[in-house]
Design a protein around this ligand. Structure first.
Ligand code: UYC
Length: 234
């Protein structure tokens, strides 16, 4: 059974978020008519803040770029830097991170995210290549929200610091309960970097981005406690 373009359009434009997602999951094959509807949908959503459904639609279209000149042109024209506004208080360019996440290259995106956090902390952290917990408190809300939003929107809501924070609060800030939940530890064994981790959307919720625990939990604790996750931006 192949869904008609009209069925897809009426579903996408009217259904609840959950039903919209299910609808997109059933799209086993693309094709110009399907992409046409998805482009129309994304364009109408352009002025709204990015949502998970827009992220999913964007990802389907992004995957169609090599096959469709039309889709390729559409995205270049209307969404040259993706669907997440790449706001920064520090002048950091988040386009490379956006590109890696659009390509679903989660390993490289994870490495780049650590580097961006070091850039937020300053030149000594960039040289050091890791963070002191005390540096994190001073991170601008805007930049953290941009990085988090990119992870979230490009992972169907699965990845991101805010996702990890919710899970952490859900286990009453008990790290020993969080680690197995997000696949960072199994029984007595820490998951090995990088090959032990799951670098695609089959990973458990909150699996990425990683924070190395070699120097203790204070860095991730500062990150997940940051005001970025409890304050909305004007
Ligand atoms: N690694 O085990 N990790 C590294 C994680 C630990 C270790 C990098 C995450 C436990 C060493 C990343 C987990 C541990 C290195 C992560 C994890 C350990 C290293 C690359 C599950 C031993 C070599 C970036 C909690 C028992 C580098 C970076 C070094 C690297 C992530 C060992 C992203 C989430 C406690 C020896 N691990 N890490 O930070 O510094 O180097 O020597 O967390």
């Amino acid at each position: 059974y192949a869904m008609s373009a009209d069925e897809l359009r009426s579903g996408l434009f009217s259904a609840s978020a959950k039903a919209q997602f299910q609808l997109l999951e059933t799209l086993t094959q693309g094709g110009e008519t399907v992409w046409e509807v998805l482009m129309e949908f994304l364009l109408k959503q352009q002025s709204n803040p990015p949502s998970l459904i827009n992220g999913k639609v964007y990802q389907i279209l992004y995957t169609a770029i090599p096959t469709s000149e039309k889709v390729s042109h559409f995205l270049k024209l209307h969404f040259p830097t993706g669907i997440v506004p790449l706001k920064s208080d520090t002048g950091i360019d988040y386009i490379p991170l956006q590109t890696l996440l659009a390509q679903q290259d989660f390993l490289e995106a994870d490495k780049l995210s650590v580097q961006k956090l070091c850039e937020l902390a300053g030149s000594s952290a960039v040289q050091r290549k890791w963070l002191y917990f005390s540096e994190i408190e001073r991170f601008p809300i805007t930049d953290l929200q941009t990085i988090d939003s990119l992870w979230c929107i490009h992972s169907e809501g699965k990845f991101g610091y805010s996702v990890q924070r919710e899970l952490w609060l859900g286990v009453n800030k008990n790290w020993d309960k969080l680690w197995p939940k997000i696949g960072w530890r199994t029984g007595r064994n820490w998951t090995r970097y990088p090959q032990g981790f799951t670098w695609d959307l089959t990973a458990p919720k909150g699996h990425l981005p990683l924070s190395n625990q070699l120097r203790g939990v204070r860095v991730i604790e500062a990150l997940l406690s940051h005001p970025a996750w409890s304050q909305s931006q004007p």
